[in-house]
Design a protein around this ligand. Sequence first.
Ligand code: SF4
Length: 764
Amino acid sequence: MTKGAPDRDYDDADVHVRPPQRKAAGVPGVVHGLRDVVDQAGVRRGVKTLRLLNQHSGFDCPGCAWPEPGKPHLAEFCENGAKAVAEETTVRRVDAEFFATHPIGQLATKSDYWLGQQGRLATPMFRDTDADHYEPITWDSALDVIADELAAMDSPGQAAFYTSGRTSNEAAFLYQLFARKLGTNNLPDCSNMCHESSGAALSETIGIGKGSVTLADITDHAELIVVVGQNPGTNHPRMLTALEEAKRRGARIVAINPLPETGLRTFKNPQTVRGVVGKGTQLADLFLPIRVGGDLAFFQAVNRTLVGADERTGDILDHAFINQFTSGFDDAAAAWQELDHDEVTAATGLTSRQIDAFVDEVVRADSTIVCWAMGLTQHKQSVATIREIVNFLLLRGNIGRPGAGACPVRGHSNVQGDRTMGIWEKMPDAFLDRLGEEFGFEPPRAHGYDTVDTIRAMLDGRIRVFMAVGGNFAAATPDSERTADALRSLPLTVHVSTKLNRSHVVPGRRSLILPCLGRTERDVQAGGEQIVTVEDSMSMVHASRGTLPPASEQLRSEVSIISGLARRVLGADDSTPWEEFAAGYGSIRERISRVVPGFDDFERRVDEPGGFALPHPPRDERRFDTVDGRAQFTANDLEVIQVPRGRLILQTIRSHDQFNTTIYGLDDRYRGVRGGRRVVFVNSDDLSELGIDDGASVDLVSEYADEERRAPSFRVVAYPTARGCAAAYYPETNPLVPLDHTAEVSNTPASKSVIVRLEPATHP
Ligand code: SF4
């Protein structure tokens, strides 16, 4: 273990459970965040860095993609933002000596928490063919290894280039350019596993795959804010500040979730007196404990009720908007008439009274915003569900006016920006045309592999080289054992990373770990100090500039690594000025401004405090770039999830001490869990029916198409989940999610609805 890191790995036998917390954040949130910063970075270094977090002259949080207000608070960060900074500014180092004393096989037995706590990667490391140790390697030799393996491929389609949402716009633009100049669209990214369903549904129905609201729509205008399938208290904590501002202005909030998440109940804003010594702010006015996967049926029932009420009064729907801006209303209305009441009840687990209470909130509000996250996007019918939410918004003209709209909240700081830069296996021809024109080549047109298809292609030998910029592919993906087999079968895996993680210890036969700069660190190139840019959930593009000295002199920036590799692979004759790009990122932004719509005058505008908003035709001018230039009502078929007797629907979730697959700590304070992670939350009435005791040790066994997958030894926690629904943390439960269990249309892993049974633990 590295100096300062926890000496022993944790033991889930130590886990203990208390009643869930009723209030989020507050002074405890500050204490927990600062404790990690001081523990990892030290007081002086830590505080110096936190002062610049999410500030105009500072760096963008490497956590989620919640936007900054026009005037950031002095402390414009949350507990989990502080933890993300602690992890990046840690003084712990994973260097050549560490790898010399830790064989890969031994590291593979460690928990994700232990691996992540070891610190920042300090030097390029190489695993030679089937070796059990990583050895130090020079950057030159490392790029040669990759170039040689790519040159040995029969076709460019045998490589896949993965991106995590931490990658900056500049690096993402060069990465997709490099892959396409090589000849492939194999550009899987973490968005494939998170908001791909949102992008697919919104692109079809309103003509753009992004949310249509601004921060001010929430804080200053919305009368009703619906938070569905999202746990902002843990995954987008500064959203609570915006919700509190809305509440204080008189807005109403409805939370729809199988779990009564603390962050949706009461928020104690540590930047206010009432948040420090007072009782805080109650957020949700109405909480609906919906059954997992019940959201499609819910919004169909709501939409039918709204249409029915309008038939009686004529003043519920926005007929002017529907007539002028939409198409497909009649088909959608006809489909709602077919809805079966019992099916709705079975699917939602809610009563008509609960649905009517929601409709009352809707009818009372002139402007409504719907916010959502993974609780909606990782199901078989996620795309249909989000289409139905758009139906809901269109019925009352809740698009393209203040306080109204769709708000998919992104979970990773630049995941939306990466997609805007061209990181997608199926970019539209218009983008590829402009890219080809700008760089004088014909980009490949055949769609590439998304994340799930990449794993399938690895398993049947169609991929030889897998490269990832950021992320933790082995832990973030479904069907963990199959994914691990897929990665291990490859001649070469390459990971550009800041910290040690699971993917490094599930290597290809040859593997490289290339340590890169973090957001908090100064990025100095031949052309001087560089800034990078990111795009948040609300399409705001802004600059990020690090100030700390790099964790190691051997680190390189993402841009420098990609440019160096591209020149090595594409050769001296390639006309692309990779060296110019690496020397000064302004030259990259100049190209972006000519290839990507909305980035004109990029260099000047990104310097403005807070950056600039990208165009969003539905939001800005109620213009819909759809099949017929109108917003689309859709008719969606409902498939109620059938759960055999004695089974539950499991959703995979994060603990409060977690960001994606990064495990900051072993507590889930809000849900009352301490000191461990292998727990499964189940409703106590379900436990009685199943004859299982609270605190029992069980194996989770998923059932899918005659296949079974087992995840051993989870402690049962009686918890007020919706009936028939269970919840447990990923990545521990990703082995239960079948690779083929994906969402229709978006192919996103359906990690939020897996049929499981609980069996007495084989190894208690
Ligand atoms: S809300 Fe998200 S972006 Fe903001 S500080 Fe917290 S983790 Fe970072």
